[in-house]
Design a protein around this ligand. Structure first.
Ligand SMILES: Nc1nc2c(ncn2[C@@H]2O[C@H](COP(=O)(O)OP(=O)(O)OP(=O)(O)O)[C@@H](O)[C@H]2O)c(=O)[nH]1
Ligand SMILES: C[S@@+](CC[C@H](N)C(=O)[O-])C[C@H]1O[C@@H](n2cnc3c(N)ncnc32)[C@H](O)[C@@H]1O
Ligand code: SF4
Ligand code: SF4
Length: 328
């Protein structure tokens, strides 16, 4: 069995974007009330006394939009300074990143994944919901700032949606030629917007790889990371191209992660709601961290059975929490 040592931590379920594939405008989401959010102190208690003793050493901060979490750099600093932390990273939409990049780096964050679904500001705004102009420029500045500050590897996440941004795949791939940026194409999962997904809302990684290979050639490569991406490189390019293929391939047999929601629910699998436990309520009820550790250990022992198995059916049913609430 794989060692499960990677925890994706959602810091907040709210977001300043309304990406069509994640939390489309008009979707009625029940936001977590402030008093239901795990506090910094509670999160650190769970990490130090529950997760780390069970072998977790790699942590990713996500959301919603993690940069909306108050005092996020302080939290990064605290997690980065736990002696057992081997890796701390963040997934962000980059909108608030430019003025925060240096602080986050100084706090101990060294690598960051930024979502960028299009190089065209109009298409970008269509994808993220029209909230006023200039959002693409802000994100682009965030990416440049992160690069300048020294985040390494710097990864760009692209969810490929047929008819919306799939015609930009080669342009996005070309970013890796001159810059040490790592572009990853993600197959759209039908969580969040089944209407947009339609009958087959995703483009297979194999198809994208072929079009990139036809244009430049493609060789296998590597980049530091804990996730499911298959990594390639255009010959001679500075950066790499990754493919996250949850619809067309199965990487569940190498699953090394669990997820903690902003309100303290532990979720063993992104695509299966079985086996979740409410750590926050237990912690607030005074249940000892030793007991909580036993509960999490129990989840770990059954995780392999919970891991997603309905891959063959092609789609993934209905979920009570969307990607923004789970953290991707
Ligand atoms: N099905 C599935 N998809 C995942 C899983 N982990 C990540 N993904 C997909 O990959 C996307 C990008 O993930 P990121 O937040 O950038 O993290 P990562 O790829 O694990 O990070 P690295 O450590 O940099 O490799 C997510 O939004 C999901 O769509 C997983 O465990 N299962
Ligand atoms: C839920 S977001 C949270 C972090 C941050 N707000 C961001 O967008 O990077 C994490 C990742 O999930 C991806 N994502 C969201 N909805 C998705 C879907 N339906 N299918 C595939 N990936 C999705 C996003 O593109 C992003 O890379
Ligand atoms: S993908 Fe990220 S930026 Fe887009 S709506 Fe979801 S949480 Fe927000
Ligand atoms: S779908 Fe579930 S089991 Fe498969 S890789 Fe993702 S979290 Fe792990």
């Amino acid at each position: 069995m794989n060692q499960v040592d990677y925890l994706r931590i959602s810091l907040i379920d709210r977001c300043n974007f309304r990406c069509q594939y994640c939390m489309p405008e008009g979707a009625e989401l029940d936001y977590i009330l402030k008093q239901q959010l795990l506090t910094d102190e509670e999160l650190l208690t769970l990490l130090q006394f529950v997760f780390i003793p069970l072998g977790f050493t790699r942590f990713r901060l996500t959301g919603g939009e993690p940069l909306l979490r108050p005092r996020v750099a302080q939290l990064v600093h605290a997690i980065a300074n736990l002696p057992q932390t081997e890796d701390i990273s963040m997934t962000t939409n980059g909108f608030l990143l430019a003025p925060m990049a240096q602080n986050l780096y100084d706090a101990g964050l060294r690598r960051i994944n930024i979502s960028l679904d299009s190089l065209d500001p109009d298409t970008f705004e269509q994808i993220i919901g029209n909230h006023g102009r200039g959002r693409w420029q802000h994100v682009w500045q965030g990416i440049q700032a992160a690069y300048r500050v020294g985040f390494d590897p710097l990864k760009l996440n692209v969810v490929v949606i047929p008819g919306v941004n799939d015609h930009e795949v080669l342009d996005l791939a070309a970013l890796t030629i001159d810059k040490e940026w790592h572009v990853r194409f993600i197959e759209f999962m039908p969580i969040g917007n089944s209407q947009l997904f339609g009958d087959r809302g995703w483009v297979s990684s194999a198809e994208l790889r072929q079009s990139i290979r036809d244009r430049w050639g493609l060789t296998e490569s590597q980049v530091c990371g804990n996730g499911p991406a298959d990594v390639f490189q255009i010959p001679g390019a500075k950066g790499t191209i990754g493919f996250i293929s949850q619809m067309s391939e199965c990487f569940c047999d190498r699953c090394n992660r669990m997820r903690l929601s902003a309100d303290g629910w532990l979720r063993p699998c992104l695509l299966n709601e079985t086996g979740q436990i409410d750590l926050k309520t237990s912690l607030r009820a005074g249940i000892s961290t030793t007991e909580l550790r036993d509960q999490v250990r129990e989840v770990l022992t059954i995780k392999a059975e919970i891991n997603f198995k309905q891959r063959d059916s092609g789609t993934v049913g209905t979920y009570t929490r969307t990607m923004s609430q789970i953290g991707g």
